[in-house]
Design a protein around this ligand. Structure first.
Ligand SMILES: Nc1nc2c(ncn2[C@@H]2O[C@H](COP(=O)(O)OP(=O)(O)O)[C@@H](O)[C@H]2O)c(=O)[nH]1
Ligand SMILES: [Mg+2]
Ligand SMILES: [Zn+2]
Length: 308
């Protein structure tokens, strides 16, 4: 039997097949090779055999078509890859236009992560009731200019929800983004009956704009329109997993036409003469804010020397 891992917690894996969901454990020989969380994860296609009623054993994890991963701190200060969801069709990265204020450099990290994992990515700008259209365009317009789809939504005003629902139909999607932006609220509205826990954002005091953690094990939620969605809590910030500094530029999709045009190959686009990327920045073809993001991330990568 082949199924999809829809939930993983405390060494158990819930595997959805065509007609049922079984709680499974890993066969001993699978466990030996690595730690369990690396072996099977949300979205994995697995081959299982039923054991007792309602339960089964995972015999094999089928090769992943794609994955969303982040870099996590492993034992002895060594970084390890932490696969969040496997076999993803798209990453839906949700930010709020306010409360919490959108942190565009964090948005850039999500986008780079998607680009370098070769994932399609859609941006959702939620809480549009809190800002004017002009204010929203000032923040997110540049992402549309460089080719990303930006869906403007407001759960509170019931705006844009149908567009998000249509975007999810028939695909495996992961919702990501900072805490408190309305990911769970949006999913509850898209599929009434889900009753995902939502957290109230403190409107006053020092906690204003920070949102709140709501900790539950991530799951893949089956959608009535077909497909699955992962509401992945706790992704405060995605590390850039295994990004050699020299590949960071490829994660900025609007840089791509210029990368090959630089005089020096490879070019860091930081200080070399005749750099086509920097020329594009001074001509306004590449947005300055995105170039700043690039520089900061590049400096971070070389400082950490995990870029390899
Ligand atoms: N003003 C406004 N508030 C919203 C909207 N969507 C969600 N919220 C509120 O934002 C808070 C955090 O929502 P939640 O769904 O838990 O965010 P998550 O952490 O991203 O899952 C809750 O108090 C929601 O009621 C919206 O479109 N407009
Ligand atoms: Mg949530
Ligand atoms: Zn260059």
């Amino acid at each position: 039997m082949i199924g999809t891992v829809v939930k993983a917690q405390s060494g158990f894996f819930w595997v959805a097949t065509d007609d049922t969901t079984l709680r499974c454990t890993l066969r001993g020989r699978l466990k030996k090779s690595r730690v369990a969380s690396d072996i099977a994860t949300l979205g994995d296609s697995v081959r299982i055999t039923p054991t007792i009623p309602g339960e089964g054993a995972i015999e094999e994890v089928l090769p992943r078509q794609s994955k969303l991963a982040r870099r996590a701190a492993g034992a002895k200060g060594v970084w390890k890859e932490d696969v969040i969801v496997a076999n993803l069709d798209q990453l839906v990265t949700v930010f709020a236009v306010a409360q919490p204020e959108p942190h565009v450099r964090m948005l850039d990290r999500f986008l780079i992560n998607a680009e370098l994992n070769d994932l399609d990515v859609v941006i959702v700008a939620n809480k549009c009731d809190l800002r004017s259209d002009d204010e929203i365009r000032a923040i997110f317009g540049l992402y549309e200019e460089i080719g990303y789809t930006v869906l403007r939504t407001s759960v509170r005003a019931g705006r844009g929800v149908d567009e998000v629902r249509a975007q999810l139909a028939g695909k495996i999607s992961a919702f990501s983004g900072p805490s408190g932006v309305g990911k769970s609220s949006l999913l509850n509205t898209i599929q009434p009956g889900l009753q995902l826990k939502t957290g109230a954002v403190s409107e006053s005091g020092s906690n204003a704009n920070k949102g709140r953690h709501t900790t539950v094990a991530p799951e893949l939620i089956p959608l009535h329109g077909g497909g699955y969605v992962a509401d992945t809590p706790g992704i405060r910030e995605l590390g850039l997993w295994q990004v050699p500094a020299s590949e960071l530029d490829w994660g900025f999709r609007e840089f791509r036409p210029f990368i090959e045009e630089c005089y020096f190959q490879p070019c860091s686009h930081m200080h070399e003469p005749d750099c086509a990327v920097r020329d594009a920045v001074s001509q306004g073809t590449i947005h300055e804010a995105r170039y700043d993001s690039y520089v900061r991330l590049r400096e971070e990568l070389s400082a950490e020397t995990v870029g390899r």
